[in-house]
Structures are given as structure tokens and as C-alpha cells.
Design a protein around this ligand. Sequence first.
Ligand code: GUN
Length: 293
Amino acid sequence: MSARLIDGKALAQEFRAELRIRVDRLRDAGIAPGLAVVIVGDDAASHVYVRNKSLACREIGMHSEVHALASGTTQAELVSFVRRLNDNPAIHGVLVQMPLPAGLDGRAVIEAIAPEKDVDGFHYQNVGALVAGEPAFYPCTPWGVMKLLEHEGVPLEGAHAVVVGRSTIVGKPMALMLINASATVTVCHSRTRDLAAITRQGDVLVAAVGRPGIIRGDMVKPGAVVIDVGINRLPDGRLAGDVDFESVARVASRLTPVPGGVGPMTIAMLLVNAVRSAERVAGLAAHGETRIA
Ligand code: GUN
């Protein structure tokens, strides 16, 4: 293997250590930062994600509450639940776990979240700010990827970044963040013709498709930095990324592992957004004085 592994777990740990200090500073200012996570229905994987988010909050000293609502919850009930959290001064971040059960309108629920508490960065107001290149809450997974690239000192200005995947949660915001960092960005997706011809041009290649092993070594430019956002559960229970690890590791210069790459950064950036939200309420400066944001 020639690629060096990018350790997302270690960077996330560094971020959490800094956030613990910021949470203490908030407490000194009389504010206990709080995150509310709402989950509807009983999808087992979603419940695991939500538990992990809640545990991560507590680990840095934040208040966290999980509201598990029955799968029969109506749209009106869910929206009014979210509005109550908007009005609750003890809550600085509101997150509704997606996907919602069939019959509920996820977009309408996201738009019911107060933009200043939308720590997922999914509300149109925050999406618009990202498009405009202005500060806002940014979606946690692509923002975590940006922090990994920054930490690794990967030059983005003028580099060709290829993003495979066009989801609202990862692919599209990832492309915008890379554009805002002055990369030349190509977005590929399931209808892209000759995917390999395009991925082979990427100095930075981000795979966010949700198909195990779709990116093979012969699709990667020698020396490229490869970021694997995929977390796929294989039939035998193992986790696998979108990148075929063995073949890509022989070609890339750096590569994120699955698990231990992007995943831990997603939760770390959620904590960053929640702490920043509380800092805004407290009138404490979040920008400029810390390494993270
Ligand atoms: N479902 C999968 N990823 C996410 C996420 O980042 N936020 C929310 N709210 N739901 C998700």
C-alpha cells in the first residue's frame, strides 16, 4: 500500500477537546449549550446515529435531549413539536433525523426549524448562504471533509476536485464548498457517461454515492487525495466505503478509511455548529479566535 491514511478519528478528537473548552467558557457565561434531536419512527440504523450524536454532545459537556416520536406522528404534530423547540431558550440546535417515515414531508419540517438553530445546515436560508459563499451553518459531512483537507494541507486553489454523488446532504454542498475554496469542481452521478475518465482527472476525489467499492484503483489519478464518504453495510455485517480500499490505496497518495475517516468528522462538525449557535446567543465570538470555526 502506498497511500497514507487520513485519520478522521484523531482530528475529531482534537476538535472535541477544543469544544470542551468552549462549552466550559459558555457555562462561565451562564449558558448551557443544548441540542435537541428529533427522531420519528423506529428505523434501527437511524436510532443508532441519533444515540451517537447524543452521546457525543454529553461527552463535551453539552445538554442533549432525544425526542423519539411514534411513526404515526402527523405532519402538523411534528411541525408544532419543532416550533416548540425553536422557542425553547435551553435549546441551541434542533436536528430532525432523516429520512422521515413515508407520508411526512421532510422539506417542510426542515423549513419549520429556525434557521439560527438549524445545526444540520439544511434550511434554505443556510443553503442559500453556502451558495453565496457566506458564513452559515454548513452541512456537517461535507464541512467535515473540508476540515480534513485543510488539516492535511491539501492545496485546493486551482486543483481539480471531482465529487461523485449529487445528494442534497453531501454531494451538492460538497461541490459548493470546494468551489468556494477555489477548486475547479466536476460533479458526477449515476447518469454520468464514462465515470472513470472523469474521476481519473481528480487531484481530489470525493466519493459520496452509497455503493460499496464503486471507485476502483484504475479510476484514480496517481497521487490523488481520495475521500470516501460512503458507509455501506455489507451482507456479512462489515462496513465498507464507496472506495475499493485495496486497489485505490495502491494509486492514491492519501485516503480516508471506513470506518475512522469522514464519519467521526460528521459528528464533530455537528457539535461545532451547536456550540457556535450557543456562542451567538451568548454574544461570544466564535470566529477568528479558535482553530475550528
Ligand atoms: N440522516 C443521514 N444523515 C443525516 C444528517 O446529517 N442529518 C439528519 N438530520 N439526518 C440525517
